[in-house]
Design a protein around this ligand. Sequence first.
Ligand code: PLP
Length: 444
Amino acid sequence: MKDLIELDKKHFIHPTSPIQQQQEKGAKVIFEKGEGIYLTDRMGNTFIDAMSSLWNVNIGHGRKELAETAAKQMEKLAFSSTFSTFSHEPAIKLAEKIASITPGHLNAVFFTSGGSESNDSAIKLVRHYWRIQAQPNRRKIISLKRGYHGVAAGSTSATGIPEFWGMAGHMMTDFTHAESPYENNTNQAIDSLRQVIETEGSDKIAAVLVEPVQGAGGVLIPPADYLQEVRDLCNEYGVLLVLDEVITGFGRTGKMFGMENWGVVPDMITFAKGVTSGYFPLGGVVVSDQIHEVLKEKSKGTLFHGFTYSGHPAAAAVALKNIEIIEREDLVENSRQMGSVMLNGFQHVKEDLNIVGDVRAIGLLGAVELVQDPKTNKHFSPDAQVAPKVIEALHERGVICRAVSYGNSDIICFAPPITINENQVNTMVGKLHDSILAVQKQLS
Ligand code: PLP
């Protein structure tokens, strides 16, 4: 058998990856199995999966129940279309279940295979919604700086992290970005949003698209009143509000959906990741009754938007079982409780070490910032590569984690499986402490 590292180099273009590093050093880890919060590589090394892989393996690895559910569904009906007016039970039941767990008037679901497709679908749906109501000029999408919405044409354009535009340029027209609430207080961030709406022309705006907590931008938790103010502003200008719940959905923030932390109900949400805990690719858009009514009444002929795998039967069956497990094991409550244990741990790390700035968490979505001077929040020079060094030190100690380096900031993100227990949280945070300490010593 040829060496896997060589085959990986020769044939595998990795997503979001440093291709030259892959060629020089080969794959860093070749994973072989997963169990609970742990991943094991082919050499037998075990790691804590402190990011639930890509913020998605919410119920943890190795759940036989999900494998059995997928196998059973595949044996019965592996695939059939949901195009046109064809349907099947798993997709119908999943749509009903999602309608029942999303708040308020969010009751009708369009399925996709992931987060990017979900956001592109939402962008097309909001434009379609205005078009069929004789307002075709309402095309613009306003999202936030530091927001991440995926890598398809619309979702890349909505993303507010410029690095993602580098590959092929800003993909689509009619996208604008307002200030993130993170570096700004609520008033400044809302003023920025208002200004963008007024400058672009409120009658040209289709929707405002934001994450309840900006994830890939560095786990940026907004001020308590921010999301409600965004809702009010959208109402004032008659603009739709779309919340991207791709990371924050399905228990991640200590509520079933992130928006519930602030009691805000948008006109649409997008979801993916935690809906299947990564056991199958699936995502979707949930729209309000009001939008659904307009679609039903005014969408003449065919809705020309659908993916082959929209509502895939095995994916839908796995999602239903995944949600059943989240409810049966009370994992949303576990996320809330273990989230406060994790935040407490982060605070101790900050008290004990000299290079820790802001620490934050909402449920099991958290971050630790590394700074040269916590009093002034002065960042390290990017050349110092502080966050990558801490990630490497964590790796050596058996924790797989992810750094975000937005501008000059060094942010270590955490989103462990929401099944994690107190001992495991303490072990993870202890290893974080030791890793930062090791890097702090190197720097001094
Ligand atoms: N939206 C958010 C908030 C995300 O974090 C991501 C992925 O990380 C996406 C959308 C894109 O999802 P996918 O990678 O499944 O296309």
